[in-house]
Design a protein around this ligand. Structure first.
Ligand SMILES: NC(=O)c1ccc[n+]([C@@H]2O[C@H](COP(=O)([O-])OP(=O)(O)OC[C@H]3O[C@@H](n4cnc5c(N)ncnc54)[C@H](O)[C@@H]3O)[C@@H](O)[C@H]2O)c1
Length: 334
């Protein structure tokens, strides 16, 4: 039996609880420390997440203090977006493996730098893109890559949420571009850009985007058009002003078939002349980011299911979209 991996969690807000429970539920991992600029956030985390009678993790008010004060093997980073890259660098330079929440970084240059540093330090750097471990998305990628749809020519993507309140000035760090790096497109949109790229395997070449801030300081509606290097196109629509809580739809049109993925309707596809098929994954078990991260650290899988390169590619598309919204022209990716 290996020594349990010693984990720290940086940022003890909303998303941290799921990662913490995944650590606490394992015999081969232990949560030894947490860090947050807010002591209230850490107290709230302990009350929500640590079972009664269990030892409490040590608390620190910075990553540097947590690294110096605990003998960590790995850290989960769940802080505002523009802090991710500098915090990943501190953690990697301290010899830690890193599971970072999305987006990996808010610029392509930052994403490239942390990717290169992880390679140089031979540490695992994974992203909390949970869809990579979900059977529906894995099967969708397999269907594309096995040629079932022929050559992809068009992808249509929609992410619609009722979350404008998050982006109203003063509401939270999400409303402040200095901390968030942008609005809805870099936030939930990050997942969907990632799935468009990961499922399709296509290389984006240029992006044209129009953005509406709707009285906020960040993007809350985005309409984008993407051209890929093979000549295929995508349309990408994102809104945080929907009356529905969440709608997520990706449709992949190939020369031989069409495949739909939706939060409500699941996965279906149809090839020319065939019936509509609702395929079932061989293994329906989803692999959560933390479980996969530990397997990657131990070398039990070739690499993390959502590796840093996915974060780099998303950052390149996001940056090009934001540049295009300012320039009014299509902008090259990369
Ligand atoms: N994978 C997903 O589906 C998913 C869902 C929600 C959020 N997220 C991501 O998780 C991250 C955190 O989002 P959240 O919703 O938990 O936000 P949150 O506001 O609930 O929590 C963020 C925490 O970080 C703390 N913090 C801020 N600056 C810090 C610093 N320098 N050092 C340490 N702590 C600091 C804040 O005090 C707060 O407690 C973001 O990157 C977000 O995009 C991912």
């Amino acid at each position: 039996m290996k020594e349990p991996l010693r984990f720290g969690i940086l940022g003890t807000g909303g998303i941290s609880a799921g990662h913490a429970r995944d650590i606490l539920n394992r015999d081969d991992a232990t949560l030894v420390a947490i860090a947050d600029v807010s002591t209230d956030a850490m107290e709230g985390f302990v009350a929500r997440v640590i079972p009664l009678g269990s030892p409490h993790p040590a608390q620190f008010t910075s990553l540097e203090a947590m690294v110096a004060g605990s003998h960590l093997d790995a850290v989960v980073i769940a802080t505002p977006h523009t802090q991710h890259a500098p915090q990943i660098e501190i953690a990697l330079n301290a010899g830690l493996h890193v599971l970072c929440e999305k987006p990996l970084a808010t610029t392509a240059a930052d994403a490239r730098r942390v990717l290169d540093l992880a390679e140089k330090k031979s540490r695992t750097l994974a992203i909390g893109y949970q869809r990579h471990g979900q059977s529906q998305f894995r099967l969708a990628r397999h269907l594309v890559h096995s040629g079932t749809l022929g050559d992809l020519r068009l992808i249509t993507v929609l992410i619609a949420q009722d979350c404008l309140e998050n982006f109203r000035p003063g509401a939270s760090w999400r409303a402040d571009p200095a901390l968030s790096g942008g609005g809805h497109f870099i936030d939930t949109g990050s997942h969907i850009v990632d799935m468009m790229l990961w499922v399709s395997g296509l290389e984006p070449e240029r992006v044209y985007a129009e953005i509406d801030q709707f009285g906020t300081d960040v993007d809350v509606i985005t309409a984008a058009s993407i051209k890929f290097t093979n000549g295929a196109r995508a349309t990408f629509a994102a809104t945080s002003l929907s009356a529905e809580p969440w709608r997520e739809e990706l449709t992949f049109y190939g020369t031989e078939g069409v495949m739909r993925l939706g939060r409500a309707d699941g996965l279906s596809y149809q090839v020319k002349g065939g019936d509509l098929v609702f395929p079932r994954a061989a293994s329906a078990r989803d692999v959560r980011p933390l479980e996969d991260f530990i397997a990657a650290i131990h070398g039990e899988v070739p690499g993390p299911q959502a590796p840093a390169v996915c974060g780099l590619r998303v950052a390149q598309v996001t940056e090009a979209a934001y540049r295009s919204a300012v320039s009014g022209r299509p902008e090259p990716v990369g």
